[in-house]
Write a protein that binds this ligand. Structure first.
Ligand code: NAD
Ligand code: ISE
Length: 344
């Protein structure tokens, strides 16, 4: 059976996901697209075999020829489309963030709980990355003792002009927030944000880099150096310090060249290069689950929790103080959460 997918929002990542659904993965085809920029959607549709063009997301979701929905429009528009897909009883893959406010995420959680089954997957693709999975298998294996702390870096070479200091937290560090929750199978209890010396490459008034300290409920501390004007490349790092050893992400796949007393290798240019395989694995998992009428991976609860932690991070950025994180009670639907499945 082929899963007929409708894509809402055909900008940068929407087009990248359409490419993988059309040319890389099996079991799905793009049956319809839409975008608030209809000319862009038309251009994308024209390049696809038999894809319909819809004037709105609501129309696309209502299309009986669309079995499942991918939401890759701007963050503030996600809630409307995810709620409409849930109301239509259609599986939906939503890029991060699930929604931009705690209240909006909560409404999605409520809608899914009322539906009585998982319909929503959130695009936290790091959970499908081979290196992160190797790190997780090491700590779960227990051979190096209990984790004590994690040092992470999230360095973007540059960002567009509309990017703000707040977005370092809720657009970039949101991935590290989800990764910490997933790696340690634990919630984040508090957030502190420190502002180091500002990079001369940052626009005036822009706090870049930031040092974000996440306190897990267990007491594990996670420090995330987040920067968006690093200039040199897209550099994602992580090292977990345990009682009897450490485990860290290896350098990205590719050749290491040793020559004239030095060694060198490639650092990815951007998130598309670094996480290309992870996106493929993530989408293949979604296609399989959606075809079977269920969902998998990062859930609406994970999307909700990440947004609440981001909000605490934004409060900490402004206050300079340690900001506690308070989550609502976790609904039963998410208690045996497939996102906790290991993939090694
Ligand atoms: P983009 O600006 O390139 O594309 C967004 C598209 O959505 C545009 O074509 C825009 O016209 C369209 N759009 C805006 N409002 C809409 C509406 N109401 N209805 C329909 N379409 C609408 O942005 P992008 O970089 O592709 O990011 C899109 C989403 O993907 C964001 O939520 C972003 O955070 C997420 N993202 C995730 C990753 C990742 O690593 N997982 C990477 C990049 C972006
Ligand atoms: C972007 O939206 C992503 O999600 C990337 O994974 C992240 O590294 C980048 O900082 C964000 O802007």
């Amino acid at each position: 059976m082929t899963l007929n997918v409708g894509v809402i929002g055909v900008g940068m990542i929407g087009q990248d996901h359409i490419r993988r659904l059309t040319h890389v993965l099996s079991g799905a085809r793009v049956a319809a697209v839409t975008d608030v920029d209809l000319d862009r959607a038309r251009t994308v549709a024209d390049d696809l075999p038999d894809a319909g063009l819809h004037a709105s997301g609501a129309e696309l979701i209502a299309d009986p020829g669309v079995d499942a929905v991918v939401v890759t429009s701007w963050g503030p528009t996600h809630e409307e489309y995810v709620l409409a897909a849930v109301a239509a009883d259609k599986q939906v893959f939503c890029e991060k963030p699930l929604a931009t406010t705690e209240e909006a995420c909560s409404r999605i959680v409520d809608a899914e709980v009322a539906a009585g089954r998982r319909l929503v997957m959130v695009g936290f693709m790091r959970r499908y990355d081979a290196q992160y999975n190797a790190v997780k298998s090491t700590i779960v294996g227990g051979g190096i003792g209990l984790p004590l702390m994690m040092h992470a870096s999230h360095r973007n070479p540059s960002v567009p002009d509309f990017f703000t200091s707040d977005m370092i937290i809720n657009d970039s560090t949101v991935h590290d927030i989800d990764t910490a929750r997933w790696l340690f199978d634990d919630e984040i209890a508090a957030v502190t944000v420190l502002k180091p010396r500002v990079s001369s490459k940052a626009r005036p008034g822009f706090n870049d880099p930031l040092l974000v300290l996440l306190e897990m409920s267990s007491g594990v501390l996670v420090d995330v150096e987040a920067s968006v004007n690093s200039g040199f490349a897209y550099d994602i790092r992580g090292e977990i310090v345990c009682e009897d050893g450490t485990v860290e992400l290896s350098e990205s796949a590719g050749a290491i060249v040793k020559k004239a007393g030095h060694f060198s290798g490639r650092v990815p240019a951007d998130w598309r290069e670094r996480f290309s395989r992870a996106f493929d694995t993530e989408f293949q998992a979604w296609i399989g689950a959606a075809t079977a009428g269920t969902s998998t991976g990062p859930s609406a609860w994970d999307g909700y929790a990440a947004t609440v932690v981001c909000d605490a991070g934004l409060a900490a950025l402004r206050s300079g103080a340690r900001e506690p994180v308070t989550l609502r009670d976790k609904p039963d639907l998410y208690k045996s959460d497939p996102s906790r499945e290991t993939r090694w």
